[in-house]
Design a binder for this molecule. Sequence first.
Ligand SMILES: Nc1ncnc2c1ncn2[C@@H]1O[C@H](COP(=O)(O)OP(=O)(O)OP(=O)(O)O)[C@@H](O)[C@H]1O
Ligand SMILES: [Mg+2]
Length: 396
Amino acid sequence: MRILLYSGKGGVGKTSIAAATGVQLARAGLKTLVMSVDPAHSLADAFALKAGLFDSATADPCQVREHLHVQEVNIQIELKRHWREIAGYLTTVLRTSGLGDVEAEELAILPGMEELSALMYVNQYRKQDTYDVIVLDCAPTAESLRFIAMPTTLEWYMKHVFPMERRVFNAVRPLVNRVSPVELPSDSYFANVKDLFTKLDGIDGILQDTRVTSVRLVSNAERMVLRETQRAFVYFLLHGLSVDRIIVNRVLPDEAVGSFLGGLRGTQQQILQEMHAYFDPVPVRQVPMFQEEVIGMERLERLADVLQAIDPDPCAVTREERPYAFERRDGVHQVRVAMPFAAKGEVGLFKKGDELVIEIGVLRRHVGLPRSIAALQPRRATFEGTTLVVELGEAS
Ligand SMILES: Nc1ncnc2c1ncn2[C@@H]1O[C@H](COP(=O)(O)OP(=O)(O)OP(=O)(O)O)[C@@H](O)[C@H]1O
Ligand SMILES: [Mg+2]
């Protein structure tokens, strides 16, 4: 099964491109699911599905044409299906702190629950081999980065916090429940957490497997969008995912002439040139601006024609290199992280247990170190071309 993840700045055309890619794949006879991972769903709108077509009781995938299914993860259903005890516990705690029922229930929907639910489905479909391809329509960049960081974060939480928390809770429960108005979580809460963890088992490896998962960044030919696309590129790499295509949407066609449209087209062409230079060797593909919004099957088919012309095989695996590697050169241990565009000043490094933590901006990446070098400390970081080389040495 292939997983194609479409991300990019808000409003650039992720949903339209993801939906049309789904159409393109289905036409090629592949069993395809387009799944929305954006809490502000718009897939149903893109396909112009009539209200009620999604089964509101289950939010299961809904067939929109031969070989093509669409799914929007619905948090209300997920709360019942996957998060019952956790949300129940949180609601109780929030209620005791003086919030009304509705507010407490709303706040018990934690950030990330929706994303994690979507990942559980992806994992389930992979294990059951339900589809040939899953196309993920993601939320704007920041949230989709949280989405892909989630399995690592969760694993970290499970490894470091959860065992301790449970021991502490078990020890203090008889005591605290007598004096405190706040219930401590029950065993079913922990069973729920553990169940989620089982359902997510292996998903981080799947996301980082470049033969399975590819990220496609959708952009527009505008400077601010380009900046965000570059940042996203680095962050995805840092999280071990491979970005193998940049799709520049809404490029003005040749017939855009005159002082206004012609000028705009000139600016776009200039930015496109910059994009090719920046992202090389990752291909930058162009999708023209249409006269109308891309809504409904007929227009999605037209967009799929365009995509077919610029990229006949969206499932092809074109990049397989590892995002980071461990090496020993001249007796010195190195962690080598591919990081195009990251300026040296922006990179922060520190050790946390057996993990090397690399920070770029507000996001961080835990690079788990193999046991043989886990005790070493980061000594210095240098760039070799676009590879960040972190040297590790004995603690002094
Ligand atoms: N090439 C195009 N030509 C004309 N209109 C387009 C094109 N691509 C997308 N659109 C339209 O632009 C609007 C935004 O597109 P879309 O919803 O796909 O963006 P998005 O990146 O998914 O947005 P969000 O960040 O809100 O999820 C929609 O109305 C869509 O129909
Ligand atoms: Mg969208």
